[in-house]
Design a protein around this ligand. Structure first.
Ligand code: ZN
Length: 218
Protein backbone atom coordinates (compact mmCIF):
# COMPACT_ATOMS: atom_id res chain seq x y z
CA UNK A 1 0.00 0.00 0.00
CA UNK A 2 1.33 3.44 -0.78
CA UNK A 3 0.42 6.94 0.33
CA UNK A 4 -0.76 9.94 -1.61
CA UNK A 5 -0.48 13.72 -1.05
CA UNK A 6 -3.62 15.36 -2.44
CA UNK A 7 -2.32 18.93 -2.35
CA UNK A 8 1.22 20.23 -2.34
CA UNK A 9 3.06 23.15 -3.93
CA UNK A 10 6.47 23.55 -5.51
CA UNK A 11 9.18 22.09 -3.28
CA UNK A 12 12.78 21.06 -3.95
CA UNK A 13 12.96 17.70 -5.79
CA UNK A 14 14.53 16.17 -2.69
CA UNK A 15 11.32 16.66 -0.67
CA UNK A 16 9.46 14.41 -3.12
CA UNK A 17 12.31 11.88 -3.26
CA UNK A 18 12.34 11.73 0.57
CA UNK A 19 8.58 11.19 0.51
CA UNK A 20 9.02 8.33 -1.98
CA UNK A 21 11.41 6.74 0.52
CA UNK A 22 8.50 6.75 3.01
CA UNK A 23 6.18 5.23 0.43
CA UNK A 24 4.37 8.45 -0.51
CA UNK A 25 4.28 7.96 -4.26
CA UNK A 26 1.65 10.28 -5.76
CA UNK A 27 1.47 14.06 -5.36
CA UNK A 28 -0.97 16.59 -6.79
CA UNK A 29 1.36 19.56 -7.18
CA UNK A 30 -0.43 22.90 -7.58
CA UNK A 31 0.92 25.95 -9.34
CA UNK A 32 -0.38 29.33 -8.19
CA UNK A 33 -0.09 31.45 -11.36
CA UNK A 34 1.54 31.84 -14.78
CA UNK A 35 4.96 32.49 -13.24
CA UNK A 36 5.19 28.93 -11.91
CA UNK A 37 3.13 26.86 -14.38
CA UNK A 38 6.23 25.72 -16.26
CA UNK A 39 8.13 25.02 -13.01
CA UNK A 40 5.40 22.63 -11.86
CA UNK A 41 5.26 20.96 -15.28
CA UNK A 42 9.06 20.57 -15.32
CA UNK A 43 9.05 19.14 -11.79
CA UNK A 44 6.45 16.61 -12.85
CA UNK A 45 8.62 15.46 -15.74
CA UNK A 46 11.67 15.03 -13.46
CA UNK A 47 10.11 13.37 -10.39
CA UNK A 48 8.03 10.22 -10.53
CA UNK A 49 4.47 10.51 -9.22
CA UNK A 50 4.24 14.31 -9.34
CA UNK A 51 1.01 15.22 -11.16
CA UNK A 52 0.87 18.83 -12.31
CA UNK A 53 -2.01 21.24 -11.70
CA UNK A 54 -1.99 24.64 -13.41
CA UNK A 55 -4.29 27.51 -12.54
CA UNK A 56 -4.54 30.90 -10.87
CA UNK A 57 -4.73 30.94 -7.08
CA UNK A 58 -7.26 33.50 -5.77
CA UNK A 59 -4.54 35.27 -3.77
CA UNK A 60 -2.68 36.17 -6.95
CA UNK A 61 -5.33 37.38 -9.38
CA UNK A 62 -4.21 40.99 -8.94
CA UNK A 63 -0.97 40.50 -10.81
CA UNK A 64 -2.24 38.72 -13.92
CA UNK A 65 -1.19 39.69 -17.45
CA UNK A 66 -4.07 40.22 -19.89
CA UNK A 67 -3.27 37.13 -21.93
CA UNK A 68 -3.18 34.69 -18.98
CA UNK A 69 -6.14 32.64 -20.18
CA UNK A 70 -4.61 32.21 -23.64
CA UNK A 71 -1.40 31.01 -21.99
CA UNK A 72 -3.36 28.59 -19.82
CA UNK A 73 -5.25 27.33 -22.87
CA UNK A 74 -1.96 26.61 -24.65
CA UNK A 75 -0.58 24.73 -21.66
CA UNK A 76 -3.69 22.59 -21.22
CA UNK A 77 -3.55 21.75 -24.93
CA UNK A 78 0.11 20.85 -24.78
CA UNK A 79 -0.10 18.85 -21.53
CA UNK A 80 -3.21 16.65 -21.69
CA UNK A 81 -2.32 15.10 -18.31
CA UNK A 82 -2.24 18.47 -16.49
CA UNK A 83 -5.13 19.21 -14.14
CA UNK A 84 -6.47 22.68 -13.27
CA UNK A 85 -5.40 24.12 -9.90
CA UNK A 86 -5.03 25.83 -7.68
CA UNK A 87 -8.10 27.93 -8.33
CA UNK A 88 -10.93 29.24 -6.18
CA UNK A 89 -12.26 32.04 -4.00
CA UNK A 90 -11.00 33.68 -0.82
CA UNK A 91 -13.26 36.39 0.57
CA UNK A 92 -10.59 37.40 3.09
CA UNK A 93 -8.26 38.54 0.27
CA UNK A 94 -8.37 41.50 -2.15
CA UNK A 95 -9.78 41.65 -5.69
CA UNK A 96 -12.76 39.45 -4.80
CA UNK A 97 -14.75 40.40 -7.93
CA UNK A 98 -11.75 39.59 -10.11
CA UNK A 99 -11.30 36.31 -8.20
CA UNK A 100 -14.81 35.31 -9.25
CA UNK A 101 -14.16 36.19 -12.90
CA UNK A 102 -10.81 34.36 -13.02
CA UNK A 103 -12.23 31.31 -11.21
CA UNK A 104 -15.12 31.10 -13.67
CA UNK A 105 -12.75 31.32 -16.64
CA UNK A 106 -10.61 28.54 -15.17
CA UNK A 107 -13.70 26.36 -14.67
CA UNK A 108 -14.70 26.93 -18.30
CA UNK A 109 -11.24 25.87 -19.48
CA UNK A 110 -11.31 22.79 -17.23
CA UNK A 111 -14.67 21.89 -18.67
CA UNK A 112 -13.51 22.42 -22.25
CA UNK A 113 -10.41 20.26 -21.74
CA UNK A 114 -12.14 17.81 -19.36
CA UNK A 115 -9.73 18.21 -16.47
CA UNK A 116 -10.02 17.68 -12.73
CA UNK A 117 -10.01 20.93 -10.70
CA UNK A 118 -8.30 21.64 -7.37
CA UNK A 119 -10.15 24.26 -5.37
CA UNK A 120 -9.37 26.68 -2.54
CA UNK A 121 -12.40 28.17 -0.78
CA UNK A 122 -12.22 30.45 2.25
CA UNK A 123 -15.32 32.22 3.58
CA UNK A 124 -16.90 32.22 0.12
CA UNK A 125 -19.21 29.19 0.05
CA UNK A 126 -22.39 30.87 -1.23
CA UNK A 127 -20.51 32.28 -4.26
CA UNK A 128 -18.57 29.04 -4.67
CA UNK A 129 -21.74 26.94 -4.83
CA UNK A 130 -23.29 29.36 -7.35
CA UNK A 131 -20.26 29.54 -9.60
CA UNK A 132 -19.65 25.77 -9.76
CA UNK A 133 -23.34 24.86 -10.22
CA UNK A 134 -23.21 25.04 -14.06
CA UNK A 135 -20.21 22.67 -14.10
CA UNK A 136 -21.84 19.37 -13.08
CA UNK A 137 -19.52 17.52 -15.47
CA UNK A 138 -16.38 18.51 -13.56
CA UNK A 139 -14.64 16.57 -10.82
CA UNK A 140 -13.66 18.80 -7.89
CA UNK A 141 -11.12 18.39 -5.14
CA UNK A 142 -11.76 20.88 -2.34
CA UNK A 143 -8.49 21.19 -0.47
CA UNK A 144 -8.10 22.08 3.23
CA UNK A 145 -11.87 21.79 3.39
CA UNK A 146 -13.34 24.13 6.02
CA UNK A 147 -17.06 23.81 5.34
CA UNK A 148 -19.98 22.46 7.30
CA UNK A 149 -22.58 19.73 6.97
CA UNK A 150 -24.94 21.87 4.89
CA UNK A 151 -22.21 22.56 2.35
CA UNK A 152 -21.26 18.88 2.15
CA UNK A 153 -24.92 18.09 1.60
CA UNK A 154 -25.13 20.63 -1.25
CA UNK A 155 -21.91 19.34 -2.77
CA UNK A 156 -23.46 15.87 -3.05
CA UNK A 157 -25.02 17.22 -6.25
CA UNK A 158 -21.52 17.71 -7.64
CA UNK A 159 -18.67 15.27 -8.14
CA UNK A 160 -16.79 16.56 -5.10
CA UNK A 161 -13.83 15.15 -3.20
CA UNK A 162 -12.18 16.69 -0.13
CA UNK A 163 -8.74 16.79 1.40
CA UNK A 164 -7.61 17.77 4.84
CA UNK A 165 -4.52 18.06 6.98
CA UNK A 166 -6.25 18.00 10.36
CA UNK A 167 -9.18 16.41 12.18
CA UNK A 168 -11.44 19.41 11.56
CA UNK A 169 -14.40 18.35 9.33
CA UNK A 170 -13.25 14.69 9.28
CA UNK A 171 -16.60 13.57 10.67
CA UNK A 172 -18.65 15.29 7.95
CA UNK A 173 -16.63 14.38 4.84
CA UNK A 174 -18.04 11.25 3.14
CA UNK A 175 -15.46 8.52 3.77
CA UNK A 176 -15.26 7.50 0.11
CA UNK A 177 -14.43 11.10 -0.87
CA UNK A 178 -11.67 11.86 1.59
CA UNK A 179 -7.95 12.50 1.02
CA UNK A 180 -5.12 13.86 3.10
CA UNK A 181 -2.75 16.58 2.00
CA UNK A 182 0.40 18.27 3.21
CA UNK A 183 -0.24 21.65 1.51
CA UNK A 184 3.54 21.93 1.89
CA UNK A 185 5.45 24.11 2.32
CA UNK A 186 2.78 26.34 3.97
CA UNK A 187 0.66 23.64 5.63
CA UNK A 188 2.80 20.75 6.84
CA UNK A 189 6.49 21.24 6.16
CA UNK A 190 6.80 18.44 3.62
CA UNK A 191 4.96 15.54 1.93
CA UNK A 192 7.28 13.29 3.93
CA UNK A 193 4.84 13.80 6.82
CA UNK A 194 1.86 12.19 5.07
CA UNK A 195 2.22 8.71 6.68
CA UNK A 196 2.33 10.31 10.16
CA UNK A 197 -0.72 12.40 9.32
CA UNK A 198 -2.66 9.31 8.20
CA UNK A 199 -1.69 7.67 11.51
CA UNK A 200 -2.59 10.70 13.57
CA UNK A 201 -6.03 10.98 11.96
CA UNK A 202 -6.50 7.25 12.40
CA UNK A 203 -7.38 6.72 8.72
CA UNK A 204 -7.13 3.56 6.67
CA UNK A 205 -4.38 3.53 4.05
CA UNK A 206 -6.45 1.05 2.04
CA UNK A 207 -9.46 3.35 2.04
CA UNK A 208 -7.38 6.34 0.92
CA UNK A 209 -5.76 4.34 -1.87
CA UNK A 210 -9.16 3.08 -3.01
CA UNK A 211 -10.52 6.66 -3.03
CA UNK A 212 -7.61 7.72 -5.22
CA UNK A 213 -8.45 4.99 -7.73
CA UNK A 214 -12.05 6.20 -7.84
CA UNK A 215 -10.98 9.81 -8.14
CA UNK A 216 -8.60 9.23 -11.02
CA UNK A 217 -10.52 6.63 -12.97
CA UNK A 218 -14.21 6.79 -12.13
ZN1 ZN B 1 -2.52 25.35 -1.85
Amino acid sequence: MSYFDAHVHLMPDQAFLDAHARNVTTFFCNATGPENWQDVLDLSSRVLGVRPCVGVHPWFVGQLADDWSLQLTDILKKYPWAMVGEIGLDATKPFYEKQKAVFTQCLALASHFQRIVHVHCVKAWPDMLNLIAPFRELKFLFHRFQGNEVIVQKLRLMNAYYSTLNAHCLDIIPENRLFVESDAPDGLASPVEIPDLVDRLNLSEERLAYNLELFLHD
